[in-house]
Design a protein around this ligand. Structure first.
Ligand SMILES: Cc1cc2nc3c(=O)[nH]c(=O)nc-3n(C[C@H](O)[C@H](O)[C@H](O)COP(=O)(O)O)c2cc1C
Length: 218
């Protein structure tokens, strides 16, 4: 069986939004399709590890923001590479709350749903849900799962790593705020314009002459 054949079943990409007792949660999903039109019903498949899935099971409602081509790659990294269990993902994006459900402002359509039924598989939970309302936004072309796999994924990973590094740098700066590099031999306090970390390896203490390794952040 060649499972790659299944990639030829086309999907869009969506930000799935739900709430955890009022706290907005969400994830990226592609496994969504309309399965009936009277009433209007869709199927959504969530991975059983997903925290958003747990929240949908509790609340019984969710929303979808349909992504268009040209979406900022970090949006997919933010919602797809980390869990709402320990990150407030919506803080990093422009969003709005309607009927208690969070939606990405940069969407081409939104859909609000109520769960009618759920089916549990070992890996996934399939929600069968009625569409309560939907809003047709911009006419931009939808971003597809195929776009993600064929050209967008590398960009998404790159942006994720860039933002992660920026956050780590900021955390290190915040931690060191108000601290100074001090020579442990003579007590000289470094106050030069060049950040201490960027001084050359052969730099020495102007008072006692020891090298950088004798300095501590205090
Ligand atoms: C392109 C892409 C498509 C995805 N499609 C699905 C999907 O259809 N269903 C699903 O449950 N998870 C899907 N995921 C994985 C979730 O977005 C990911 O596991 C997320 O971290 C879950 O977050 P949560 O724990 O906050 O719910 C997809 C991820 C990416 C990057």
């Amino acid at each position: 069986m060649d499972l790659d054949a299944l990639y030829k079943l086309t999907h869009g990409l969506y930000i799935l939004g739900a709430t955890d007792n009022g706290r907005p949660v969400g994830s990226v999903v592609d496994a969504v399709m309309q399965v009936a039109n009277k009433p209007v019903v869709i199927a959504l498949s969530c991975n059983n590890q997903s925290y958003t899935k747990e929240c949908i099971e509790r609340a019984g409602v969710f929303g979808l923001s349909v992504l268009g081509k040209g979406v900022e790659p970090y949006v997919i990294a933010n919602f797809g590479f980390q869990s709402s269990r320990n990150v407030d993902k919506w803080e990093s994006v422009d969003y709005c709350i309607r009927d208690g459900i969070p939606y990405l402002n940069d969407n081409i359509a939104t859909v609000r749903c109520k769960v009618l039924q759920s089916i549990k598989y070992d890996s996934n939970t399939l929600f069968i849900a009625e569409v309560l309302d939907c809003d047709n936004g911009e006419s931009r072309e939808p971003l597809t799962y195929l776009d993600y796999r064929s050209y967008f994924k590398d960009e998404v990973i790159k942006r994720f790593n860039e933002v992660k590094q920026q956050k780590e740098k900021k955390m290190a700066e915040d931690k060191n705020e108000g601290k100074h590099w001090v020579c442990t031999v003579c007590g000289y306090v470094y106050d030069g314009d060049v950040p201490f970390e960027d001084l050359p390896d052969d730099w020495v203490c102007p008072l006692c002459g020891v090298d950088k390794s004798f300095f501590e952040l205090q």
